[in-house]
Design a protein around this ligand. Structure first.
Ligand SMILES: Cc1cc2nc3c(=O)[nH]c(=O)nc-3n(C[C@H](O)[C@H](O)[C@H](O)COP(=O)(O)OP(=O)(O)OC[C@H]3O[C@@H](n4cnc5c(N)ncnc54)[C@H](O)[C@@H]3O)c2cc1C
Length: 389
């Protein structure tokens, strides 16, 4: 293997963004993907690129991380929220509230779009390729979540219902989370997303479906079940010697508040490419550019987890009187002094479900870490940020 080559493990959004940027910079880039295509963790379900974090509009965000839009990416300016008492609040926004994207390996999916852009930029993708040895040179590892801090259970289906977004806040159907229905051009995704009591996911899903059907008059044709999970953590090293760089959910880059992890993953892939291209510390880039937002979402999660059904009623009632909900959401995602102070409390209360089941890059014996232990016994190079949280 050519040591000037950057090897990328996993072809999720995080690493495809890294591949696009590296290949565009003229760096020989090989992506190793264990599946025979992109997006196989997903099922053609709809997800949202939210428009309230990262201090920039979604389109500007995509431009910043070097991505152009060659996939289904539909702006939504309206969402109908329902409180536990089924009181309706319509959220309308001037800028898009979010952009709907599709996940999976269908032609119009985000995953296929990013794959096409990576290939067009000159990256090579090797399918069915689970590496057994760590290659020479720089390696970027972004193999997705390792444990479940939040889970989603739902269905995708066909429908004649017009495009729409519905959201349900109620701990009886989505503990500490939300249930959502997204409809776009004859296809729909309905799911409940929960942050605790995963054992009863089926019960919550059944209840959520019942509530949704009570409210929305929608035909459900050819339903297919799907599910998935998300993983958030902080305070673990995101690189070894600036040679092995960990991206996306594999490194805990997620939105702790509601699980909107796509932009976090893509941005971490972009930072990994910047680190390689400019020969700067990936650890430091993440600390400067992602860490404040991660701390903020952890505080938001901690606060949200205390709200409960009574609180959802009050929040939605307040929202119904607000003109620009995006302004408020953006404000809540800023790294204000109050957030810094509350972070010290929130971090003590938060425990990820990650218990070193697979690679957590610390006290772990996966192929990446075994290799690095060997390296470190020779050089003893540790990240200066290792013990920070
Ligand atoms: C049901 C659900 C709904 C969601 N909704 C939203 C949403 O609305 N908005 C949002 O922003 N986010 C959402 N998310 C989160 C978002 O999907 C993730 O944050 C994002 O996919 C993480 O990207 P990634 O590149 O880190 O990992 P992944 O997308 O998981 O990609 C990892 C890739 O690595 C490959 N791989 C794994 N191990 C190996 C190996 N050893 N060798 C080679 N390849 C390997 C996998 O096959 C996969 O292709 C949702 C997640 C779920 C599960």
């Amino acid at each position: 293997m050519n040591s000037g080559t950057v090897h990328i493990v996993g072809a999720g959004p995080a690493n495809l963004v890294a591949a696009i940027n590296l290949a565009k910079a003229g760096i020989d880039t090989v992506v190793h993907e264990q599946g025979n295509d992109v997006g196989l963790r997903f099922n053609g379900d709809f997800q949202g690129l939210e428009n309230w974090s990262f201090n920039m509009e979604v389109m500007e965000f995509l431009r910043t991380v070097g991505v152009s839009v060659n996939f289904r990416c539909e702006p939504y300016h309206r969402a109908d929220y329902y409180s536990p008492r089924l009181k309706k609040t319509v959220v309308r926004t001037k800028d898009p509230f979010f952009y709907l994207v599709r996940r999976g390996n269908d032609d119009d999916s985000l995953d296929q779009g990013l794959k096409q852009q990576a290939i067009a930029a000159g990256a090579r993708i090797q399918w069915n390729d689970k590496l057994k040895h760590v290659p020479e040179g720089t390696v970027i590892v972004g193999t997705g979540p390792k444990a479940a801090d939040a889970i989603a259970k739902g269905i995708v289906f066909q429908t004649s219902h017009p495009d729409a977004c519905y959201c349900f806040l109620d701990d009886r159907i989505a503990p500490k989370g939300y249930a959502y229905l997204l409809v776009n051009k004859g296809k729909a995704t309905f799911a409940t997303c929960m942050f605790e009591d995963f054992r009863h996911e089926r019960i919550y899903f059944r209840r959520a479906l019942k509530v949704m059907r009570q409210i929305v008059n929608i035909d459900i044709n050819h339903p297919r079940e799907f599910g998935g999970f998300g993983n958030f953590f902080l305070g673990r090293p995101v690189s070894k010697d600036n040679r092995i760089l960990y991206t996306g959910e594999n490194a805990g880059f997620q939105d702790a508040l509601w699980g909107f992890g796509l932009k976090y993953a893509m941005f971490s892939g972009y930072l990994a490419a910047r680190s390689v291209i400019t020969k700067t510390s990936f650890e430091q880039l993440c600390y400067d550019k992602l860490r404040p937002l991660m701390e903020t979402t952890l505080v938001n999660r901690w606060l949200y987890a205390h709200v409960g059904n009574f609180g959802y009623e009050r929040i939605l009632s307040k929202i119904s009187k607000i003109d620009d909900v995006l302004f408020i959401l953006r404000k809540h995602h800023r790294y204000l002094t109050s957030k810094r102070i509350l972070f010290n409390v929130a971090k003590r209360k938060y425990h990820t479900n990650l218990i070193d089941k697979q690679c957590t890059h610390e006290h772990c014996d996966c192929v990446w870490c075994r290799h690095c232990k060997k390296l470190q016994s020779n050089e003893m190079v540790f990240s200066p940020l290792k013990n920070r949280i």
